[in-house]
Design a protein around this ligand. Structure first.
Ligand code: FAD
Length: 473
């Protein structure tokens, strides 16, 4: 029988659940990727880094399939129409893909499945992008976990070699449908543009993912000690590859699990957080619609000052580490995890702006944007989430800066106005005496903003807001 394999956030030709099952059970298999206008039409930036990443990665996958005498067909339109249309035109009996857990994607897949069913074409979907999904890890009483540590312990207890095994796609690749190569559409023909060529190029596609894996392998043992310092190359930078499946989660989890040691265990724990937030989204889909995980924090009366929000977006709050972080996001599409925690906390608990505004800003700017992890991170910082930071714990942006960027190296990279400040004064430059400011060619309030709020005062206001909204500690 013939099948169609629909690639979405799984842009690789190895260790791929849907591709493996299609080739094994329903060959010859034709592969397709749809540049889905239902998604692309919602994007306002013509130089969207994610579209460019996908485009580069699709191009590499297409080339790899062409090397096998087959191809990756490319469609540009609404996936809900293009997939049934193509399946009918090819006369396949089944369509294969991997599970996507976001509510909008679940709805899309349901429509496609229905449309296919009316032509007697079956729809098969597989777990691929996580190690454990949905109901696979439950408490002893059969309910979902909402606290991370017991979830992680259960996850580790359930894990065995079977779950880490790669799908052996390689031996079956000869069962791909033969095809004459079709050209790759240009990014411009899809309505997008390449980003600034002067920016450092991000490794894309399967080759980029492998490059970062190799680079991280030797650093993994130091991960626990280095991961919190944004000026150090501590983390893996693999998030965008996990987002679009240009790496395999099984490959990464195996690398960490079999390497062992404190660094690898800590890193594996981060991959478990990823599974954790996917299962939270599965069991609590209301969080995808702007709702708090904890209902008692649904109605916090945030002040939502637009000017403060704008200053935060632009990296002009006067708090150097917050500004450096926001500028990193705006310039590169990436932000270090410690900084995501600090900037999110600062927006909510210092500027008293609704966490949903920040969630949306990250969603449009992060190249690794993922609904489950982003919502999880924001609700953690805002204390509205499942296993969140307690509401009365509020990061001090200056102390965090002294602790995690002690020499100001990261700040200097993104806030050149403060380049001349020394390591002690760079965290709170408004405290530098005026005469010394002159010597540094720095005028606080002119070439670098004065702090837009007073942390100590805002902290008290935040505590009062949360106290009225939530339950006592
Ligand atoms: P590493 O430190 O090398 O971690 C490896 C992988 O583990 C990551 O690539 C990611 O897939 C996973 N991971 C790590 N931390 C988390 C976490 N807390 N929750 C879920 N998965 C995690 N991550 C996203 O992938 N997409 C997002 O949209 C996103 N938004 C966030 C928003 C906020 C407010 C916060 C606090 C965190 C957010 N994170 C998000 C989690 C985390 O910050 C990033 O995954 C990480 O910084 C990516 O860099 P890395 O690949 O170098 O991470």
């Amino acid at each position: 029988s013939k099948s169609l394999v629909w690639f979405r956030r799984d842009l690789r030709d190895y260790d791929h659940a849907a591709l493996y099952h299609a080739l094994k059970h329903a060959a010859p298999a034709t592969c397709v990727f749809v540049f889905d206008t239902d998604i692309l039409d919602t994007l306002t930036n013509r130089q969207d880094k994610r579209v460019e990443f996908i485009w580069e990665s699709v191009r590499e996958l297409k080339h790899a399939l062409q090397q096998q005498g087959s191809d990756l067909l490319i469609r540009h339109g609404r996936a809900v129409e293009e997939i049934p249309k193509l399946a009918c035109a090819l006369g396949v009996e089944s369509v294969y893909c991997n599970h996507d857990y976001e509510p909008a994607c679940i709805a899309r897949d349901k429509s496609v499945q229905q449309a296919l069913a009316s032509h007697n074409i079956t729809f098969h979907s597989f777990k691929d992008q996580v190690i454990f999904e949905q109901d696979e890890i439950l408490t002893k009483s059969g309910t979902p976990f909402s606290v991370f540590t017991p979830y992680k312990n259960a996850w580790l207890r359930t894990l065995n070699d079977f779950y880490l095994q790669a799908y052996p796609v390689g031996p079956y690749l000869s069962r791909l449908a033969t095809s004459l190569p079709e050209p790759m559409p240009t990014l411009e023909s899809l309505g997008f543009e390449h980003s600034d060529p002067n920016l450092p190029a991000l490794p894309t596609g399967m080759s980029g993912g492998q490059q970062l894996c190799t680079d991280f392998r030797d650093r993994m043992q130091h991960y626990r000690d280095t991961r919190d310092f944004p000026a150090i190359k501590g983390p893996s930078y693999l998030s965008v590859h996990l987002r679009f499946g240009t790496v395999s989660i099984r490959q990464l989890a195996s690398a960490a699990y079999y390497q062992g040691g404190a660094g690898a265990e800590t890193w594996l724990s981060e991959l478990i957080w990823r599974d954790f937030y996917f299962q939270i989204l599965h069991h609590h889909p209301h969080i995808a619609h702007g709702r708090s995980f904890k209902p008692e924090f649904e109605q916090i009366p945030f002040s939502n000052d637009r000017a403060l929000f704008q200053a935060w977006c632009n990296g002009k709050t006067g708090y150097p580490l917050v500004d450096a972080a926001m500028r990193q996001l705006n310039q590169t599409g990436y932000m270090h995890n410690r900084l995501r925690m600090i900037t999110a906390s600062f927006l909510v608990k210092d500027l008293l702006v609704d966490w949903r505004w920040g969630e949306r800003y990250f969603a449009t700017h992060l190249i690794d944007f993922d609904l489950a992890a982003n919502n999880g991170g924001w609700q953690w910082a805002a204390s509205t989430g499942c296993d969140a930071q307690p509401w009365f714990r509020i990061f001090n942006p200056v102390t965090q800066s002294e602790k995690f960027d002690p020499r100001g190296k990261f700040i200097r990279k993104y806030v050149p106005e403060l380049k001349q400040c020394d390591s002690r004064e760079i965290h709170a430059p408004w405290l530098i005496p005026p005469l010394q400011q002159q010597a540094l060619k720095l005028v606080i309030g002119e070439n670098y903003p004065a702090p837009i709020v007073n942390h100590a005062l805002q902290r008290e206001r935040a505590l009062a807001l949360y106290k009225t909204a939530g339950s006592p500690p």
